[in-house]
Design a protein around this ligand. Structure first.
Ligand SMILES: Cc1cc2nc3c(=O)[nH]c(=O)nc-3n(C[C@H](O)[C@H](O)[C@H](O)COP(=O)(O)OP(=O)(O)OC[C@H]3O[C@@H](n4cnc5c(N)ncnc54)[C@H](O)[C@@H]3O)c2cc1C
Length: 413
């Protein structure tokens, strides 16, 4: 069996490369040992956001009387919420599989999907299901897996990883989360919204160590308000009979530990090209997708302008330089979200839009706000296209919106 391209891994990197190459008329064979969609669709972005959505509705409904609504909520059946999570994934997966199958312009060649573990035999041969596939080029898009910390080896019972926790069909009463990156923060919010007692530990000085310092401090304040306990500059020193002792001396007895301390690239092969999490650059789905398009279509891609988003209430999003990276030639402007009429209508006044500015350009943006995941792209478009702040001021932003916060912020410069 001869193909122009052999792609190992059907996650965002692999399926994007596959659809793009196939649309260009190339023959492609795609190998996937699990399910199409990879980590993002099956064990990452999508199922966590589906759960987060259900948890937010639950929390908001519990507070409905605040808005004059008379709703009696009896509780929830987590097995049904898990069904919603799984059905969401299934619907998207079906659509994606169809998109891959339909992508072949040259249907005689098109895409062939092999659901099996693949192995590179040499630079032109891939082995899967006992068959050899001859290809001209090999793309490695094998993704990543949860990182195991020494002393916190996953056992699927007391020490869980992000894959295990997505298989839960019932909720614990209490959980200890190790690591406050995007995965740790989102799970802390999901559990807490459902009333689970959450404790988070972070080895760095602040939550979300990769974020702008003001973002980290605001999230810490919001977590305190939401009674999500956290320990900074701390780590686990001992676990005995499910009793966890931290280096600080604190003792916690959670139902289980979710270890969310990053992901390790999976790349046992040499290929013509390595894409996505496997190449150990930025482990985000949109980065994987853009890398794939960059490789297959040669489009420009400014890696330093890859946005980060952490979901939940309020959302957290950023792009570009952080305050702690900047010199004295930069200025900052911070607009509290409470300055916006829409935030009061939505009862979501906690947060800010922070812009880092040099000359007449935005070089960094850090947002804690409802709709931050959308707002960040407005700023990103300006940054990527070198649009001056004086030009941005001419844009008519609608009222009442969170977007007008960008206008309000730049008008304060
Ligand atoms: C809980 C969680 C939440 C996340 N949330 C977000 C988010 O909100 N936004 C975001 O941008 N990113 C998020 N991510 C990260 C995102 O999922 C990854 O960056 C993205 O999936 C990387 O895509 P990829 O194609 O490189 O790898 P993957 O999606 O991991 O896909 C790799 C695929 O390769 C297959 N494979 C591996 N080896 C072989 C082999 N030998 N033969 C055949 N198949 C093989 C695997 O089965 C897998 O399907 C999240 C991750 C997690 C864990």
């Amino acid at each position: 069996m001869n193909y122009e391209y052999g792609i190992i891994g059907g996650g965002p990197a692999g399926y994007t490369a596959c659809i793009s190459l196939s649309k260009q008329g190339h023959s492609v064979v795609l190998f996937e040992k699990g399910e199409i969609g990879g980590t993002c669709l099956n064990r990452g972005c999508i199922p966590t956001k589906a759960l987060l959505h259900a948890s937010e509705i639950y929390k908001q409904t519990m507070n409905a009387s605040k808005y004059g609504l008379d709703i009696e909520i009896k509780g929830f059946d987590f097995s049904k919420i898990a069904e919603y999570r799984d059905n969401t994934v299934l619907k998207i997966r079906k659509g994606l599989e169809l998109a891959i199958k339909n992508s072949g312009v040259n249907r005689a060649n098109g895409v062939y999907i092999v659901f099996a573990e693949a192995r590179v035999l040499d630079d032109k041969t891939i082995l899967a299901n006992g068959e050899e596939y001859k290809v001209e080029k090999i793309i490695i898009a094998t993704g990543s897996e949860p990182r195991e910390i020494k002393g916190l080896e996953f056992d699927g019972k007391f020490i869980l990883n992000s894959d295990d926790v997505l298989k839960l069909n019932e909720l614990p009463k209490s959980v200890l989360i190790v690591g406050s990156g995007a995965i740790g923060i989102e799970w802390a919010r999901i559990f807490s919204n459902f009333g689970v007692e959450v404790c988070l530990i972070e080895i760095a000085e602040h939550l979300i160590p990769l974020a702008d310092i003001e973002v980290s401090k605001r999230v810490e304040r919001i977590f305190k308000q939401n009674k999500i306990k956290f320990y900074l500059n701390d780590s686990i020193s001992k676990i005995e009979n499910k009793k966890v002792t931290l280096k600080s001396g604190a003792e916690i007895e959670p139902d289980f530990i979710l270890s969310a301390a990053g992901r390790t690239p999976v790349n046992p092969f040499n290929g013509d090209c390595v894409l996505g999490d496997a190449c150990d650059e930025i482990q985000l789905a949109h980065y994987a997708i853009h890398q794939a398009v960059n490789y297959t279509e040669g489009t420009d891609f400014i890696k330093s302008l890859t946005p980060s988003v952490i979901y939940g209430e309020p959302e957290i999003a950023w792009v570009g330089l952080r305050e702690q990276d900047c010199g004295e030639d930069c200025t900052k402007i911070v607009l509290p979200v409470s300055a916006l009429g829409k935030s009061w209508c939505d009862d979501n006044t906690d947060g800010f839009i922070k812009l880092i500015i040099k000359d007449d350009f935005i070089i960094g943006a850090h947002i804690v706000s409802k709709e931050a995941s959308a707002l960040i792209h407005e700023i990103l478009i300006a940054m990527q296209n070198n649009i001056k702040i004086s030009e941005l001021k001419k844009v008519c932003f609608a009222h009442p919106t969170y977007s007008e916060g960008i206008f309000e912020a730049i008008c304060r410069i």
